[in-house]
Design a protein around this ligand. Structure first.
Ligand code: 5AD
Ligand code: SF4
Length: 457
């Protein structure tokens, strides 16, 4: 679905170059450049301040564009009007005051954020960039929650993202952050619990931005949603994924200490351990703030283990930045992680950033990082030997008489046990560790067998 973009360029060669850059970053958002403003969905005046009366000229152009916008509005079409360049820089406030119908005013320092600004302006006008259906319908395509005989189920509670990390397409492709109403989520949880589900995974692109409306009025955050889910009979384990460090609020942090069903394993992507890179990524927090969040979580849940995502070779990443990421991994001891080489996604601001990192350097750094993560994972698995973990035995193993389950830390655990224990959470003493899994033995096989036959509640 292509949209029409008209850019009127005033002044110097620099502005001509900038207008071309704007065309480039907006192309992937569906904008095609047209020579005339007639019927354009977006008009950008890329202004020049060098001559006298430049500002007045911009205002007379804006007067014409106002008519254009009004005429299109009468036809049910929205129009984005933007003022860029040096007049925007010098007289931004005056423009917003005298021409309130202008949607975006931005100076030459912020062109890389143009896709974000367009997405925000489109949303403010009630639209979604490329998904033109109402927010509720987003869940129509998701299959109705079903347990299918499984004991662990996923429930989507939130979609979309308002964070605009500079490398990420999600805010454009999935649109604005949207949370499902609490009651409807709890209905799903109850249905699943009645079908034998013991573990609930609350899902969302930015799940801890959750703010679902509550039947009692107002909204609940993720911490309170977890507290509600924990009251449903039969739910013995709760997890959530994927969360953002800047959205770890007090209520969610304290839930880790208060809700026994909330597993002590948290996927909290940091992407990089270097502040200049975190800033360039627009992550909204520093490495130190991440450390402080983890310290607070560990205060209420000392057994917490962490998992993360990393992007290696983000534009501008120096050797020193990479070393800081490695040091942070050592310090945090992430027991599991997804790591990616930075991949420039058309339309995202990071594509046009300077100092792109060579593929070879990205690959070398990624190998070092994955080696370190692998080493920490093995150390953690080894340290589990001798401990006792409650394991949700959710499937049959490859060998006869074997069941496989998940530890609280998501490690697969193999055990020789009767098939009747499938679907149960059983205490297992860990006897062996491998790169990606553990094996264990039942602590009190007789007692467990009795429980499962008769007296289980
Ligand atoms: N390049 C590399 N990795 C990316 N991710 C998202 N966008 C990009 C990109 N352009 C990674 C982030 C995110 C995970 C889901 O995918 O690490 O957390
Ligand atoms: Fe949102 Fe996550 Fe993408 Fe950042 S990386 S924009 S938080 S979905």
């Amino acid at each position: 679905m292509s949209k029409k973009l008209h850019i009127k360029t005033f002044g110097c060669q620099m502005n001509v170059y900038d207008s071309q850059r704007m065309t480039d970053v907006l192309g992937p958002l569906g904008y095609e450049t047209v020579d005339e403003p007639n019927d354009a969905d977006m008009v950008i005046l890329n202004t020049c301040h060098i001559r006298e009366k430049a500002t007045e000229k911009v205002f007379s152009d804006l007067g014409r564009l106002k008519k254009h916008k009004t005429k299109r509005a009468a036809q049910g079409k929205s129009t984005i009007i933007a003022v860029a360049g040096c007049v925007a820089q010098a007289a931004g406030k005056e423009i917003t005051r005298r021409a309130p119908y202008v949607d975006m005013v931005f100076g030459p320092q912020t062109y890389h954020r143009l896709p974000e600004m367009v997405a925000r302006a489109t949303r403010a006008g009630g639209g979604v960039l490329d998904l033109e259906f109402p927010a509720e319908a987003k869940f129509d395509h998701l299959p109705a929650p079903r347990s299918e005989g499984e004991t662990s189920a996923f429930i989507s509670v939130q979609e979309g993202c308002d964070k605009f990390c500079t490398y990420c397409v999600v805010p454009y492709t999935r649109g604005a952050e949207f949370s499902r109403p609490v009651e409807s989520i709890l209905d799903d949880v109850k249905t699943l619990a009645s079908e034998g589900v013991r573990e609930i995974n609350l899902l969302g692109q930015n799940v801890n931005a959750f703010h679902g409306t509550s039947a009692q009025g107002g909204t609940l955050g993720l911490g309170d949603l977890i507290r509600e889910v924990a009251t449903v009979n039969g739910i013995e384990r709760i997890r959530y994924i994927t969360s953002h460090p800047a959205d770890m609020d007090d209520s969610l942090i304290t839930a880790h200490g208060e809700v026994p069903q909330l597993m002590p394993f948290l996927h909290l992507p940091i992407q990089s351990g270097a502040d200049p890179i975190l800033r360039a990524m627009n992550r909204g927090h520093s490495a130190q703030e991440y450390r402080e969040t983890i310290a607070r979580l560990k205060e209420v849940q000392p057994n917490l283990a962490l998992s993360s995502d990393f992007i290696i070779g983000f534009p501008g990443e120096t050797d020193k930045d990479f070393e800081n990421t490695m040091a942070l991994i050592q310090e945090m001891k992430f027991i599991q992680a997804y790591s990616f080489k930075f991949s420039p996604r058309p339309g995202t601001p990071a594509v046009t950033m300077e100092n792109q990192v060579e593929e070879k350097v990205k690959s070398e750094r990624l190998t070092l990082l994955q080696d370190l993560l692998g080493q920490i994972q093995v150390e953690f698995n080894n340290a589990c030997v001798g401990k006792t973990f409650p394991v949700l035995l959710d499937r049959e193993g490859r060998d006869e008489g074997q069941l496989v389950g998940r530890s609280p830390y998501m490690q697969p655990v193999h055990v020789t046990a009767p098939t009747s224990l499938k679907g149960e959470i059983i205490d297992l003493k860990i006897t062996d560790s491998f790169t990606n899994s553990l094996s264990g033995v039942q602590l009190n096989p007789d007692k467990t067998a009795n429980l499962t036959v008769g007296a289980s509640a």
